[in-house]
Design a protein around this ligand. Sequence first.
Ligand code: ZN
Length: 166
Amino acid sequence: MSQELIKCPCCEKMVPANDVELTYRLPDDIACMDEEERASTCKYTNDYVVCDDEYFYLRCILPLPVHDTGREYCLGVWVQISPNSFNKVWELWDDEEQANEPPMRGLLANNVHLSTGAESAEVMIQLIGPTSRPVAIVKDEACSLYKEQQSGITIHRASEYSDLCR
Ligand SMILES: [Zn+2]
C-alpha cells in the first residue's frame, strides 16, 4: 500500500498524511483487569462497557483539528457516563434522529498518552448517528487535550500520537 507523505512544517520530517489514529481498546479501569475478572464483571462490545451494572462507558471519538490540513485527528477514547445517560443512549441506539439529543456530560476513561490531566477530565458527548461513534468535546481546561481540541495540533504532534500505535 502506498502512503501519501507530507513534509512536517516544523522539522521537515516526512510524515504520513493519513496516519493511523491512536485508539484505546477499553477504558483504563477495565483494561487493567485480568481476562477472568473482566468476564465476570463486565458486559462489553467495541462500543460500550457495562461493569457491575454500575459503571457505564461509551466508546467515542475525540477530534483534534490538524493545522494546515483541514483534517481532524480523531483519538479513539472511552467516556464514562451516568446510568441515566446510558439508558438514554441505549434507547436511541438505532434512532436516526439521535443527533437531536442534547450533549451529555461524561468523564474521560483513558489517561491519554502524551497528554496531562486526561484521566477523569470532564467532557460533553454528542450523539451523531446510528453508525457513527459519539463525539467527545473536552470541557476541563486543566486537561491538555482541551487546548489541543480548541486550537488544533500540528502535523508533528499528530504523528507523535500515531507513533504510540506502532
Ligand atoms: Zn515537525
